[in-house]
Design a protein. Structure first.
Length: 586
């Protein structure tokens, strides 16, 4: 076959042993509560939050969601559902220069596709811009915020380092009246971008750099996707996040670990304003081998056309996984298996691939397809004759029934299923050797036809008509069963063989500060013209098939047309290939 089989570590046997990163199995996988569930259970026990559980999923609409967001979606919506609570969908849309309505719609579509619904609880941080502005003036009036004229570069210089305290801004002691006047003039649009900021007055010597008079508002003369040109000042994410949770009466604000050092700042704002106080809990974000999760890097892949778009099947965006043939059930299964961690770690890509195999093995109907065709002529089969053979749709599901596949004198088999001079443990077709054709007959290779370059272009075989169904009346055995397609009936179709987008487990591991793009896998996509059994001509996107001995495939949702399907390989048949290789028959 034309594709290279990836060399991946074997994680299948370890999938059931996944822990929450703190040495405890995740609740879904091992039956015990993970650390977040323990905290929620304790809050419910003590009556905190009146035994309510109200979470939220808060994406920024500046890109498409990826598999890491799926983990957060499953966690937030799942935790609320487990306790009879609620989960909001809230867009943290505080940066109009990077946000688009198209991203909002794609995120809503992805959350619903994963199987979750926010009902009537769709919110935007921009819904709260008026309230946030009032709270900013409240902090100014209380002497807890000031307008600063330092440039962004000067602000960084004054901030200090991890080992050295920062320096107070020369504008830190402005009078309240002056600060209010300047802030209102900022809002009125009197000053250009970057001319002034509003900063919280906290502690420039704090060991936590986030507490060193952080910026609350910056001037941005940019149109917002929802508020238009109403505002020319926009709140920073850190000033928006906690108060948005407060306004929505969130009980457990679940964030990834990079926000742990921001929690004291969120607490400070809420306490100084005297408003409702949610509980923030941090968990480890998802990292996968052979993948990048940074939105900035994913955007580069799209903008520099290393991929065809956000929904390229090599991307680990939810839309890319959906187009590749992943199911929401498989992604939820994956999230269950990896659990919830307290500490950052990297999950092997094999765990994700195992999840889709486990899901598709139960639901995908079997079909035969040949991706690197070698023609076979059965010389003792009557010319012009054909017959219909019965094939099982799914051996694990009796309800899936059977189908008919045509058999004729001329067939296609995989080129790699024949060797003219085979090694000792190669059991497939070779001169003088007999093999079984799946659902059909036993055949024996009698001759090899080559072209002028000495390449094998055709095999001549004979069949035993007494072996219909694949067994011999005399009880003789063969060691190999091959899949095949009737040549006159075959459907030629483009088949896209996807592999990891990156060639190394850690794409960011580049010597001397190099670019992660240097680790792109040049073989992440191979296109072949396959010969498929005729029933596949009518396949439509959303259907899932196992091409026997080759992997799981689905029609492409963008490029497939009625009667002209284009198939994406979702994943390989890992266990099948491992068994074949163990036998030495690879």
């Amino acid at each position: 076959m034309a594709s290279a089989k990836p060399n991946k570590p074997d994680t299948e046997k370890d999938a059931s042993k996944m822990t929450d990163g703190a040495g405890e199995p995740a609740a879904e996988a091992g039956g015990k509560l993970n650390f977040i569930e323990k905290l929620v259970a304790e809050d419910n026990k003590t009556g905190r939050f009146d035994r309510r559980v109200h979470t939220r999923f808060p994406p920024e609409p500046n890109g498409f969601l990826h598999i890491g967001h799926a983990k957060s979606i499953c966690l937030n919506f799942g935790l609320a559902a487990a306790h009879g609570g609620l989960c909001n969908l809230r867009f943290d849309d505080t940066n109009p220069t990077k946000e688009e309505e198209a991203y909002v719609e794609s995120i809503k579509r992805d959350v619903r596709w994963l199987g979750f619904d926010w009902d009537d609880r769709l919110y935007f941080a921009s819904d709260y811009f008026d309230q946030l502005y009032e709270w900013a003036e409240q902090l100014i009036t209380a002497g807890k915020a000031y307008v600063c004229d330092l440039t962004p570069e000067q602000t960084r210089e004054h901030r200090g380092t991890l080992t050295e305290p920062g320096r107070n801004s020369p504008f830190r002691d402005r009078a309240v009246a002056e600060n209010l006047d300047l802030f209102r003039r900022m809002k009125a649009g009197e000053f250009p971008d970057g001319a002034r900021t509003l900063r919280a007055k906290i502690d420039m010597a704090s060991p936590n750099l986030n507490m060193r008079d952080p910026v609350m508002y910056r001037i941005m003369h940019a149109s917002h996707h929802r508020t238009g040109d109403k505002w020319c000042i926009y709140p920073m994410y850190d000033f928006t996040h906690g108060q948005s949770d407060s306004l929505e009466r969130i009980t457990h604000s679940i964030c990834t670990l990079e926000f742990e050092n921001h929690r004291p700042l969120y607490d400070w704002y809420i306490e100084e304003l005297g408003i409702y106080h949610p509980q923030q809990i941090e968990f480890a974000r998802l990292s996968l081998t052979y993948a990048v999760m940074s939105k900035r890097k994913l955007l580069r892949l799209v903008e520099e056309k290393h991929v065809s778009g956000w929904d390229d099947p090599r991307m680990l965006t939810i839309s890319g996984l959906r187009r590749r043939g992943y199911t929401p059930e498989a992604i939820r299964l994956f999230c269950d298996r990896i659990g919830v961690a307290k500490f950052n770690s990297t999950v092997d890509m094999g765990v994700l691939e195992l999840s889709i195999r486990d899901d598709l093995n139960a639901r995908a109907e079997r079909r035969m397809a040949v991706l690197d065709p070698l023609k076979v002529v059965i010389e003792n089969y009557p010319e012009g004759q054909s017959e219909q053979l019965e094939a099982v749709n799914n051996p694990g599901d009796e309800g899936a029934g059977v189908r008919s596949v045509p058999f004729s004198r001329e067939l296609y088999i995989e080129r790699e299923d024949f060797m003219e001079d085979p090694p000792k443990k190669f059991f497939r077709l070779a001169p003088g050797r007999e093999v079984r054709l799946r659902y059909a007959y036993m055949v024996t290779c009698t001759d090899v036809v080559k072209n002028a370059a000495g390449e094998v272009v055709e095999l001549r075989c004979t069949y035993d008509p007494e072996t219909r169904g694949g067994s011999a009346p005399d009880g003789r055995k063969v060691k190999a069963t091959l899949h095949w397609v009737s040549a006159p009936d075959a459907v030629a179709a483009e088949v896209r063989l996807y592999d990891h987008l990156f060639a190394v487990p850690n794409p960011d591991d580049v010597p001397d500060g190099g670019d992660f793009l240097a680790n792109l896998n040049p073989h992440s996509l191979e296109r072949v013209t396959g010969q498929l059994e005729p029933s596949l001509a009518a396949a439509t996107p959303g259907e899932f098939f196992q091409f026997e001995r080759l992997g799981y495939f689905t029609p492409d949702s963008v490029d497939s047309k009625p009667g002209r399907p284009v198939f994406n390989r979702t994943t390989t048949l890992r266990d099948t290939w491992a068994k074949v290789q163990k036998q030495g028959d690879a």
